[in-house]
Design a protein around this ligand. Structure first.
Ligand SMILES: NC(=O)c1ccc[n+]([C@@H]2O[C@H](COP(=O)([O-])OP(=O)(O)OC[C@H]3O[C@@H](n4cnc5c(N)ncnc54)[C@H](O)[C@@H]3O)[C@@H](O)[C@H]2O)c1
Length: 336
């Protein structure tokens, strides 16, 4: 079984570069979204604790089965641990044999950036060049670089309640040549932006975005509101937008739309990608991608990273499954 640790993911990204990796991942994601009806899907299994949430995210198609273990603990940085940590596995359907066990903290950040950018292709104005980030924590650089593969991002406007986190973001992203506009409030950061990404962590119903902050034609990419009782914008922002979601049964529980009535007309993104529904209709429409993170995105990134690991001979083969000459002689594992 192939094992990929964080250093292996780094090696693979050094070979591909962020841009080509994101382009290929967006391609894989789009194809998997097109194959939506052939996936066996369930809302993720979430166990809630006073400190955060731990989730299991299984999914399969005709060929592969994947699952991710992931947490979300907004207070973790106070204990020098990252808010989101993840591992994941890829298995073959035909025999059930696990092929890959991988780190997924980095892969989650990469796939979340790629999913946001893919949604942006259908939901943002084509000439979008100003990206706003509310929250400049662990996911923020990945969001910025992913959007820059789909759009020609010229300016990034950003705000975080923690100034040290904004320093960190500037240090990491300055070499990529964006005009960086550090703001004193979310309101200032949103002003004049084409794409507004909210990517904060707090186990609370926050109202970071209010209706009066939102301008005609904006694409809101709501990423941080992803649990019951954990949202980032007012109900009026949701109601003023055309809302797109990943998997409706899961987003109804976890997304911004938990604030509105059960029959709120949210559109699954897969329908737009398959050409069954339209994405953005005109330059004035306010669109909202109510992202919570769905298992198909982990499936896509695990499949791609497995292919790239084989291509670049990266990772370690470990006997996590017993190796036997006679498949019925498991006991021989204790001999010799
Ligand atoms: N939808 C998805 O697919 C997906 C994937 C990954 C992470 N997430 C979610 O995204 C969020 C961010 O993840 P992360 O790993 O970057 O977390 P992080 O803890 O590293 O960063 C979050 C940042 O938000 C800031 N923040 C909190 N409240 C704020 C406010 N009111 N205004 C401005 N800034 C504020 C914090 O200071 C922190 O720097 C989490 O809630 C996580 O659960 C969603």
């Amino acid at each position: 079984m192939l094992i990929l640790d964080v250093y292996d993911i780094k090696k693979i990204l050094q070979k591909t570069g962020f841009k080509d990796f994101f382009l290929e991942l967006i391609d894989v994601l789009q194809n998997d979204y097109k194959n939506w009806d052939n996936f066996d899907k369930i809302p993720r299994v979430a166990t809630h604790f006073p400190y955060g949430v731990i989730e299991l995210m299984p999914i399969s198609d005709e060929e592969f089965y994947t699952f991710k273990y992931v947490n979300g603990h907004p207070r973790n940085p106070k204990f020098d641990k990252t808010t989101v940590m993840a591992t994941g596995q890829l298995s073959v359907i035909k025999t059930g044999e696990p092929l890959l066990l991988s780190e997924m903290t980095l892969l989650t950040a990469l796939r979340t950036g790629a999913t946001s950018a893919m949604a942006g292709k259908y939901l943002a104005r084509e000439n979008s060049s100003v990206l706003c980030l509310i929250g400049t924590g662990a996911q923020s650089e990945f969001q910025t670089l992913a959007f820059d593969t789909v759009f020609d991002i010229k300016e990034v406007r950003y705000f975080d309640i923690d100034p040290k986190t904004m320093d960190k973001f500037e240090k990491n992203i300055k070499k990529y040549g964006f005009n960086l506009t550090r703001c004193d409030s979310a309101r200032e950061a949103v002003r004049g932006s084409d794409i507004v990404t909210t990517i904060t962590a707090d186990k609370a119903n926050q109202t970071i975005l209010t209706r009066d902050m939102i301008e005609d034609g904006m694409f809101i990419n709501g990423v941080g509101g992803d649990c019951p009782g954990k949202t980032e914008m007012s109900k009026e922002v949701v109601e003023a937008s055309t809302v797109f979601v990943e998997y409706l049964p899961q987003t109804k529980i976890e997304g911004e739309i938990q604030q509105v009535c059960d029959d709120f007309p949210a559109i699954e993104l897969q329908k737009v990608i398959k050409g069954e529904k339209s994405g953005r209709k005109d330059d004035k429409e306010i669109t909202l991608f109510d992202s919570v993170g769905f298992a198909i995105e982990d499936f896509s990134v695990l499949k791609l990273i497995y292919k790239l690991a084989k291509k670049y001979s990266t990772g370690k083969e470990l006997d996590l499954i017993p190796v036997m000459d006679d498949p019925k002689d498991l006991f021989v594992s204790f001999e010799n």
